[in-house]
Ligand binder design. Structure first.
Ligand SMILES: [Zn+2]
Length: 185
């Protein structure tokens, strides 16, 4: 049966080698690569924590910011800030050497930057959402036909890999993106 041959082939996110994934969320080919990924993640978390700490130290309710505070709060580089100043794309005033103060509202409104600590919150609450409009979905029958597997196997995989579905009338729909990802080779 087709389902016996069914395997998810993935590229390891660390070393790039192809491997057979045990679950839909497997990302790494080996224990070594998972450990490397774990270390990398920890390092990123640490950097992130440092940035948040720096951002938290910037005084609130201050309409104009020093260059150092602006880079900490908005995670924007000094070069970019000086470019904005040079090109007069941002309101600022200059109190003397190394005493430039730039307008916080301009950074937020004109350049749509979000303070680092706020962006962090958004990122955390970001839940994976699926578009389940019929045009973004296959019906189970379409999946079976397209990938040459039995309907019941499709249902099995949908349950096993927690793929979201939606029923409209007699048809069950599943997102094309997830299904293509599942059966791609
Ligand atoms: Zn690997």
């Amino acid at each position: 049966m087709a389902s016996a041959k069914f395997q998810i082939e993935r590229k390891c996110e660390i070393c790039g080698k192809s491997f057979i994934a045990k679950t839909l969320t497997s990302k790494y080919c080996s224990k070594n690569c998972s450990q490397a990924a774990y270390k990398q993640r920890k390092k990123e978390e640490l950097l992130d924590a440092l940035k948040r700490e720096k951002a938290a130290r910037v005084p609130k309710n201050q309409p104009y910011l020093s260059i150092a505070d602006a880079t900490a709060l908005f995670d924007i580089g000094r070069d970019s800030l000086y470019r904005l100043i040079r090109n007069k794309q941002i309101r600022y005033y200059n109190l003397g050497l190394r005493m430039i103060r730039i307008c916080k509202a301009d950074l937020q409104e004109r350049f749509n930057l979000r303070p680092y600590d706020e962006r962090r919150k958004e990122k955390q609450s970001e839940v994976k959402t699926y578009r389940l409009e019929p045009e973004d979905c296959y019906t189970i029958g379409e999946i079976a036909k397209k990938f040459g597997i039995h309907d019941s196997t499709v249902y099995l995989h949908i349950r096993k890999y927690s793929i979201p579905t939606r029923q409209i009338g007699n048809y069950v729909y599943a997102p094309k993106s997830e299904i293509d990802n599942l059966y791609k080779h």
